[in-house]
Design a protein around this ligand. Sequence first.
Ligand SMILES: [Fe+2]
Length: 416
Amino acid sequence: MRVYVIDDKEEYIPITLDKFAEGHAVPFEVFTDDCGIKKSLFDKGFIFNRFAMSMIVRQGLSRFYIKTANNLNFTEYLRHAEKMNRMVKDDSVLFIDYSEYKRRHGYIDKTLLSPLIPVDFELGGMRYPVFGGIPLASGTLTKDALNGLMELNADIVVRSEDVAKYQAYLQRLLDLRHETSTEKRIIQIKQELLRGLFSTYLHDRENRALLDTLLRETGDLVSHIERYAESPASEMKDLLEIRNVDSYVSVHSVNVCIFSVLLGIRLGLDPGILRQLAAGALLHDIGKFLISYAVINKQGDLTIDEYRLYCTHVAEGERFARALGCLPPHVCDIIGQHHERLDGSGYPLGLSGKEITILSQIVTVADSYEALITSTPKRRGKSREETMAILRNDAEKKQALNRTIYHALNSILNES
Ligand SMILES: [Fe+2]
């Protein structure tokens, strides 16, 4: 929220915000009153939503105004607001809006935001069915504003065009020595940087230099995780935390990458193999970007045809990876086998037992864990206990997942 004093010769009329249509842009500027001086509160075109309301409440604002000249605009807006509010209640209409908003924004880890570095990009909030810009004092984030963000039960996002600014922000965080004194925090920031880099690569897949950087940064992250795992005070389970409340391919992929690396370390893999595992885990769902976004992002049940299309992300991804010609065979195998199951019940080929590489089996366990525990707009993520019970059943009873890998995950989660 940009707050600045405006020319006070204008005339204003008071308004109430309770009739505003949630999730829609408001076509006029809104002001508040500070000791008789009108201050701009929201720019014209801001998205009115529960985040805006919660920030207003936190700041104790109660009086709102528009310029008298905008009165006609306001009356017209109210006439449509009721219709828009009805529309908002229509789930399918809202979900299309939500998906579009999600497509144009990138998830960020709000716990990394620091009062020490000014924010020069706009923050948005997402929690289905609510989404939109968050009104915050721009520049330095106060402790209050940060607390407000932590309390919001929502994903925090930045606009796609601001991703570079956010990356620069993270780089500055890394440069702040006392801020990044723990290896765990460095891993979190590196993880966030990798997520941004991966998002950029997903939209620019022909860019070989970018792929090289991505693989190099993945290797660098693996080195940090290896160091972290060796230090006596570290708990590997700390790196298994999931913060997002929605699913994004880039978030999921980086999570699966880190989980796979932790499993690989626990299973005693060689450093070279560990880096191939990391690359394969990061790229395992690359095929999702080669098929329909509408199907990949659809919440709830897919039709049979949609499911068939969804399943092609495996073969499409593997074909793409092999065609690159620069990825080790193990990496391509992971992409092609991450939905196979040891009992032959998986796809696309129905491979079983030793036909599936051990690295693919590791990614399958990491992928299953991440997918079960993550919430989506239509499905609440399962608890850690529920998730592990399902994986135990898949490993012990169905023999669909590798038991040793399941136990490695269980031992990481239970270490104290
Ligand atoms: Fe997948």
